[in-house]
Design a protein around this ligand. Structure first.
Ligand code: ADP
Ligand code: MG
Length: 682
């Protein structure tokens, strides 16, 4: 791989001929600061100006590009303060009417007799043809004739790029500076992809690709150029991840284990069920990792309810048997408590000490727990992010398990890992992630997936009711409660209006108790309750003392109450698919048939599509793929945390195939050429 003199990234656009300080500032608003930004700044579309349309041949409904001149124009004020700008434009074959509302400034830009390119959708208006809000581009230059003639090759007679620009920048000027930047001969030396790869996958050179990205010779060339550039982006990301993976895996850890032994056997024998085939397989993978001399760094994926906890428990048994400590970190207090409860159930009878760090502890209790962690007496330690806070010292922490990984920031994950010298790390998530995102987000991890649910689970039936059918929904709930089952009613909470939403949930709980379900006990659970109250409410529900739990979204993650068989979700249109899926995962956990009810009259098309998809499938991975298509990766991941995954051209919801290839090649590159790659961009 060749390294360039001055990377494009470091060269300011200021040094491109034609860009002065004022222009540079405007470009910065587009995110274009360096020459690299400029050459990667992709057109939003292209116009085929080698084959312009003749006005006479246009038909309503057609999206057309015509070259014409302005015959007449008028600007009128409409009642209500709106303005109407009209222009008649013509070519040798006919006349077309252009219409703009509320763009009075166009009056200055349009001059009768001037040549224009018009682009837009043609519509019939009486017997005439018109285009509403066409895009226009001037072809005459009144300022710089010489430059104009030089530009003609960029603006006419070819596939012409149309850029997403802000006000004050025009297309022709932008094309010109792009062309100037592309002419820089150092571009030819700038190629982040190893020759080997370009050859193997028929990837054109960088210089050619960026040239074609802006001024493609044919549509096919454009496609080849884009493919090459997208591959480059994905490859460079994957190289970073693969190097991280390799660096981690090259270290030797102090802890050593045996895959079997009395504690592990004792736990296995105590389990009230057989592990599913998939759980066994994954467990073998994980224990295999533990027994390696290198630290484990693995993601355990599995749909809600597939039984990740017990697999994690068996892993901690291996560690405890080896004489080391494990830490299990959960995203909420409730979930940490649930884990502690489950693990105590498994471990106390066989003499493994489980400790919970929670806010509920008194200072004295907390001190005791801290001491036990520091002395090594506490073999399995469960907690929320409290686990990574300064005060907690472990004697010999060797395994770190992070549940519901997506709920934690990257920073927290790192902080816990630094508590131990070279711990084995397992992160678990029940939020199915489309493979493309998993490879990007967790590309530095090995991945195991539990693909099976425990036997006897009945798929949850999902019904979408309209508001008018609310009473039917209540009747459905009543039926379940009468049979001794329990149910959830879930309210979304939206930060901006927390108080109001809380009021809605609180009121709903009251109304349901008084009017809807006087014979049963209705309880309320929401995020603003004090942790003791939350606990009490939760425990009452887990123990079956309350029957209908009206809750905000905090039941979302991990909660396990097998007797709950119905969930009514209010305002389901406010939730994302992943969240809905998590919520629904709270029911259908026992041997009983379960139902998820949605009540929504949403008029939002996208939301309706989400709900429809949710009704149609219970497969978390399918839903995740659907979510990715509907929302795009940015929103799915949350912009803030994953800003580094913003690509210039790549789109994770579209480029799955190239991503796979990039991952393979990046892994091969890092394995065969372990010296750090010096990509010209990163
Ligand atoms: P998740 O993977 O969503 O964290 P859990 O670990 O909470 O799922 O498990 C869900 C429920 O399934 C628990 O009640 C657990 O005891 C039960 N379970 C786990 N594995 C099995 C199995 N192999 N057979 C039967 N039930 C199981
Ligand atoms: Mg779980």
């Amino acid at each position: 791989m060749t390294v360039q003199q001055a990377p494009l990234r470091q060269r300011s656009v200021r040094y491109v001929k034609g860009v002065g300080p004022a222009r540079a500032e405007q470009l910065a608003r587009l995110g274009v600061r360096s020459v690299e930004d400029l050459v990667w700044y992709a057109p939003r579309r292209y116009e085929d100006r080698s084959r312009l349309h003749a006005i006479r041949q246009l038909a309503p409904g057609q999206v057309a590009t015509v070259r014409s001149h302005v015959l007449a124009k008028s600007l009128r004020r409409l009642p209500g303060g709106r303005t109407l700008m009209q222009a008649a434009v013509g070519d040798a074959t006919g006349v077309l009417e252009c219409v703009w509302f509320n763009q009075p400034y166009l009056d200055k830009f349009l001059r009768v007799g001037e040549d224009l390119i018009i682009h837009g959708r043609v519509e019939a208006s009486g017997r005439r043809l018109q285009v509403i809000h066409p895009e226009i581009e001037h072809l005459d230059s009144t300022t710089d004739d010489e430059q104009e003639s030089a530009d003609l090759g960029l603006n006419m007679g070819r596939l012409v790029p149309i850029y997403p620009l802000t006000e004050g920048l025009n297309q022709r000027w932008f094309r010109r500076i792009v062309k100037t930047a592309l002419a820089d001969e150092t571009l030819a030396a700038h190629d982040a992809l190893p020759e080997r790869l370009r050859h193997a996958h028929h990837l054109p050179s960088f210089a050619w690709a960026v040239g074609q990205l802006h001024f493609p010779d044919t549509w096919d060339d454009l496609e080849a150029a884009r493919r090459r550039l997208i591959f480059e982006e994905l490859f460079l990301m994957q190289v970073v991840l693969a190097s991280r993976r390799a660096r981690f895996a090259s270290r030797l850890k102090p802890q050593r284990y045996q895959s079997s032994g009395p504690l592990v056997e004792a736990l296995r024998n105590r389990l009230p069920f057989d592990l599913t085939f998939s759980q066994q397989q994954v467990l073998r993978e994980l224990v295999g990792d533990l027994c390696q001399p290198h630290p484990m760094l693995r993601l355990l994926q599995g749909d809600v309810g597939c039984g990740k906890t017990v697999v994690a428990a068996l892993l901690t048994a291996v560690v405890a048997q080896g004489g080391y400590q494990s830490a299990l970190m959960a995203p909420t207090e409730l979930l940490a408590e649930q884990h502690a409860r489950v693990l105590r159930g498994y471990f106390e009878p066989i003499g493994i000490a489980v400790r919970l760090i929670s806010q509920g502890l008194t200072t004295k209790q907390r001190d005791t727990v801290m001491q036990e962690i520091a002395s090594g007496k506490a073999q399995v330690v469960v907690g929320t992010h409290a686990l990574i806070q300064g005060g907690v010292r472990f004697a010999n922490l060797a395994l770190v398990i992070i549940d519901e990984q997506h709920k934690f920031g990257v920073v927290q994950r790192k902080a816990l890992v630094t508590k131990a010298r070279l711990p084995d790390v397992l992160v678990m998530t029940a939020t199915p992630i489309p493979r493309t995102l998993a490879l990007s987000l967790y590309g530095d991890l090995a991945v195991s997936t539990i693909t099976q649910l425990p036997p006897g689970r009945l798929p949850v039936r999902t019904v979408w009711y309209r508001e008018a059918q609310r009473l039917q929904a209540y009747e459905d709930i009543r039926q379940q409660l009468r049979q001794g089952r329990q149910a959830y009613v879930v309210y979304p909470l939206i930060e901006a209006s927390t108080r109001q939403d809380l009021k809605a949930a609180t009121q709903m709980a009251r109304t349901l108790q008084a009017q809807g379900f006087p014979a049963h006990r209705v309880a309320l659970l929401h995020g603003n309750m004090r942790s003791k109250e939350k606990d009490a409410a939760m425990r009452a529900f887990v123990e079956g003392r309350t029957h209908l739990l009206v809750s905000t979204v905090i039941v979302e993650v991990g909660l396990d109450v097998p007797n709950a068989t119905l969930m009514l979700i209010e305002h389901p249109e406010r939730f994302g698919l992943a969240q809905l899926h998590q919520l629904r995962g709270r029911i259908g956990r026992g041997g009983f048939a379960s139902t998820c009810l949605l009540i929504s009259d949403t008029a939002d098309e996208l939301a309706a599509k989400r709900l429809q998809a949710f009704v149609e499938t219970t497969d978390g991975f399918q839903l995740a793929e659907r979510d990715l298509q509907l929302r795009g990766p940015g929103e799915l991941l949350g912009r803030r945390q994953h800003g580094w995954m913003r690509f210039r051209l790549a789109d994770l919801s579209r480029d799955a195939g190239l991503l796979e290839l990039a991952r393979q090649e990046a892994t091969a590159e890092v394995t065969h050429h372990p010296e750090p790659l010096k990509p010209s961009r990163s």
